[in-house]
Design a protein around this ligand. Structure first.
Ligand code: 13P
Ligand code: ZN
Length: 274
């Protein structure tokens, strides 16, 4: 028995590899964090090493004190996670002030959790509150088509949500709340973490202009599926705009969107309908 036999660790590794295979993780691009259930912590605890030093995050969350997260390492490649998980991912514990982490397992060749840990951490905090504790996954990736959209559409939640909803009939069913958009900002710090988490109060996904996408969800399947659906919608948008030389002959209308919502029992964000 090794920690790599624990179900949650296996599922986490599978998601990293799925993202790599989609082409969303060039070099060290992207990062994945998972807030562990108490029973999952206990399954992994026999394999914990002597804890590392506490490291202050520059952000704080009262509702995440004492939690444990699985995280990809900063500078580590998603491509390598499946080959050597113990060197590319880690488990961190959060202190009782909710402002620092320490490594309790993994990154055995050295390293630290993703440079985007402050953004992940504040997103976990607001999504945990928004979902009554159900949210567990925050996922950041660099899918090409959603990034391409940030060069041709106004950087508003309304413009992005409408374009994506109209790109494929499944989109309004999968993300009826729409997507947030963060303007271009320097990544890796507290400022972009705060801006993203403000949007994550309302949305379960946020676009980072000219950079990538953040998605959240209760488990790996739902979160990966959200990333996949948004990026597929973006791909169709880019293909249609390119093929039509910037003109669309027809699209899914607002009446069509309302009909989908009615028949599938989802509530669309009314701010984004005409
Ligand atoms: P890390 O390697 O620190 O996770 O950074 C990758 C990235 O996507 C930064 O936004
Ligand atoms: Zn990134």
């Amino acid at each position: 028995m090794s920690i790599l036999d624990v179900e949650v660790i296996r599922s986490y590794i599978r998601m990293c590899d799925d993202g790599w295979q989609q082409g969303w993780h060039e070099r060290n691009g992207g990062n994945l964090t998972y807030r562990m259930r108490p029973e999952e912590v206990e399954q992994c605890r026999p394999f914990f090493a002597t804890p590392g030093q506490w490291v202050n995050m520059g952000v704080r969350a009262d509702n995440l004190t004492g939690e444990y997260f699985i995280s990809t390492g900063s500078g580590n490649f998603f491509r390598n996670v499946i080959l050597a998980p113990q060197d590319n991912i880690c488990i961190v514990e959060i202190n009782d002030r909710g402002d620092s982490w320490r490594i309790v397992w993994g990154l055995e060749q050295g390293g630290r959790p993703t440079s985007e840990f402050p953004s992940h951490f504040l997103n976990h905090s607001v999504r945990k509150t928004a979902t009554d504790g159900k949210n567990r996954v925050i996922y950041h990736a660099h899918p090409a088509n959603i990034i391409a959209m940030t060069y041709i559409l106004p950087l508003t939640s309304r413009d992005f949500t409408r374009a994506l909803w109209q790109s494929a009939t499944e989109c309004p069913i999968v993300f009826p709340g729409g997507v947030g958009v963060v303007p271009w900002m320097v990544p890796g710090g507290a400022d972009i973490a705060l801006a993203t988490s403000e949007l994550m109060r309302e949305f379960d996904a946020a676009v980072w202009a000219h950079h990538g996408l953040f998605c959240s969800g209760p488990d790996f399947d739902i979160t990966f599926g959200l990333m996949h659906t948004i990026e597929k919608g973006a791909q169709i948008f880019i293909l249609a705009m390119a093929a039509g030389q910037g003109k669309l002959r027809q699209t899914i209308t607002d009446d069509n969107l309302r009909a989908i919502a009615r028949d599938f029992g989802v509530t669309l964000n009314e701010n984004f309908l005409d």
